[in-house]
Design a binder for this molecule. Structure first.
Ligand code: GDD
Length: 395
């Protein structure tokens, strides 16, 4: 086809701004990094975006769920057949091919390590801007000699390493060269304030679960020890002493579920604890809405290796208008205005957790005030739309 000079210039201009996202963390796999990437991706120009991601799960189910998800996206998603994309020569070749085929000139590594190691090959293939995002786990890794070396190399070969907040920045920067550390930029996740809002259908969930008129403490998260669902179960006897009808609603699935159910039996609170398992995204807002209080007293584990980066769930809870009880692991305190939108407790402290939750359950006016302030704060500071502008500028 013959194209005019103007059309060619327009094509070249378009190509100049295309971005290739390289990631292992993309829905339909649930989780915070996945939510982070997807929400940012939805706010970039879909014509100028190509996502190269791993497949959710092994087997037909994983491939089909990934394909169904991808078909609904406004941008192109190319899946690698593997469930874990690594910076192997084969995967790097595919990334380089996609960069060239789609005319991308910027690359966003959804999680810096280890895929950021592809940076030199992508730079050689024409990438002009390379941005690598860090989350919570890189702050833990930054303590390990081998992982520090990786981060250092990634820092040297990319333009910007992003961080969630001061906690993660201070940890990750120590692994980088002073030059790479000086090029770091803050890029926290946000919350979709239109999806998560007061009056999001909590009554329907309460009625369905038979919880109408009962005080509900809700926790939404993957079930892993760091998140502190165990602390909540252990806090239940103290909470029930003050609020005998209280229920702990544990939303999410994960490897710790069996242990948590056992703990509930041993603590003799099975009648006051409900597990929903993993929910589809569409069900989340109404489940937050079913709570009177949101609590996730996360704690740092394994000598700092297993640490919270921030905690999107606290922001989703605030956006819904709930007061929040958070743990003091890593960057989690950044997601709460202590004393205003909720409280930060010592992660793992059954006493502090029980006390804060009990006070909140007993004081409707305090819950309303903290919930309203939380909603306001999210609108001011944590909207994806605002944060995506930062990413656009970096790319
Ligand atoms: N669909 C669905 N179903 N989503 C869920 C479920 C579920 O059952 N359970 C949790 N989620 C969603 C939450 O609604 C939230 O959007 C996300 O998964 C969890 O995000 P985080 O609270 O941020 O935790 P994370 O451990 O998965 O994420 C890590 O990276 C984040 C982004 O950088 C941590 O380091 C976080 O601290 C960090 O904010």
């Amino acid at each position: 086809m013959h194209r005019t000079a103007t059309q060619k210039t327009a094509t070249r201009k378009t190509a100049m701004h295309k971005t290739l996202v390289v990631t292992n963390d993309f829905p339909p796999r649930p989780g915070g990094i996945q939510a982070f990437l997807h929400n940012m991706a939805l706010r970039l120009d879909p014509e100028r975006l190509v996502v190269y991601a791993s497949t959710w799960k092994r087997g037909r189910e994983g491939a089909e769920a990934s394909a169904a998800f991808d078909a609904e996206q406004p941008f192109t998603v190319v899946r690698d057949a593997t469930t874990m994309l690594l910076p192997t020569p084969g995967a790097t070749r595919t990334a380089v091919r996609l960069l060239r085929e789609h005319g991308c000139t910027s690359v966003w590594f959804g999680a810096a390590a280890p895929l950021g190691l592809m940076a030199p090959a992508l730079r050689k293939a024409g990438a002009e801007r390379l941005v690598a995002t860090t989350h919570g786990h890189e702050a833990g890794w930054a303590q390990l000699p081998a992982a520090r070396q990786l981060l250092r190399r990634i820092g040297e070969s990319t333009d910007t390493i992003t961080y969630l907040g001061e906690y993660t920045r201070s940890r990750i920067a120590t692994a980088l060269t002073p030059d790479a550390a000086s090029r770091m930029a803050q890029l926290p996740p946000g919350v979709d304030e239109k999806t998560f809002h007061p009056g999001s259908g909590g009554d329907v969930v309460r009625a369905r679960l038979g919880l109408t008129d009962r005080p509900v403490v809700v926790c939404v998260s993957r079930l892993v020890p760091r998140k502190g669902q165990d602390t909540l179960i252990l806090a239940m006897p103290r909470i029930l002493a003050a609020e005998p009808d209280a229920v702990l609603l544990i939303v999410g699935g994960g490897p710790y579920e069996k242990e948590l159910r056992k703990l509930a039996r041993e603590t003799r609170v099975t009648d006051s604890v409900r597990f929903t398992g993993t929910l589809p995204w569409s069900e989340l807002p109404a489940h937050y809405g079913a709570g009177d209080v949101f609590a996730m007293p996360c704690r740092t584990r394994r000598g700092g290796l297993d640490v919270e980066g921030l905690g999107i769930v606290y922001l989703e809870a605030s956006a819904t208008g709930l007061p929040v009880v958070a743990g003091d692991s890593g960057g989690a305190p950044d997601a709460v205005l202590d004393g205003e939108t909720g409280w930060v407790v010592r992660g793992g402290s059954v006493e502090e957790t029980a006390e804060r939750i009990t006070v909140l359950l007993g004081d409707a006016e305090l819950r309303r005030r903290m919930g309203e302030r939380g909603r306001e704060w999210v609108e001011e500071k944590w909207r994806w739309d605002l944060l995506a502008e930062k990413l656009k500028a970096l790319l």
